[in-house]
Design a binder for this molecule. Structure first.
Ligand code: ZN
Ligand code: ZN
Length: 137
């Protein structure tokens, strides 16, 4: 039987240049094709440094997109993964498959891609748990 998940988690939240605070946050809500990962490790990428040190972060975002961990919860439509699977993930959400970049195979430039804390809503892995779409695993 799976251990019950906590209601809240610790996360390093960006507030302003050079200012991150470790705070209690609710666990991220899962969409039907998302999984919840119990983060074991998270690297600090150059992007994270730009977001924090140069103030490119969106206030209240949570950085961290190079991580590993174990799946602890599955969205209702996820079938190819199971609780306990050890995973790594590509950053952000899946490419749209329809924009001008996706249509020529340059999915890393997808017009809808997450900016990993700079613009779009992004909750990363500088936290105890992170939500990620199954296609990114
Ligand atoms: Zn990176
Ligand atoms: Zn696209």
């Amino acid at each position: 039987m799976a251990d019950a998940l906590p209601q809240r988690m610790k996360a390093a939240v960006y507030h302003a240049p050079h200012k991150l605070e470790v705070e209690q946050q609710p666990l991220p809500a899962l969409g039907p094709r998302d999984v919840l990962v119990d983060v074991s490790h998270c690297g600090i990428c150059g992007t994270d440094l730009h977001l924090v040190l140069e103030g490119m972060g969106r206030p209240r975002s949570i950085g961290g997109h190079e991580y590993s961990g174990r799946i602890v919860e599955l969205g209702t439509e996820v079938s190819a993964w199971a609780r306990g699977d050890r995973v790594v993930a590509r950053p952000g959400k899946p490419p749209c498959g329809r924009c001008e970049f996706c249509r020529v195979g340059r999915t890393s430039l997808c017009a809808t891609r997450d900016r990993l804390g700079a613009e779009a809503e992004y909750q990363g892995a500088f936290a105890e748990y992170v939500c990620v779409h199954e296609e990114q695993l």
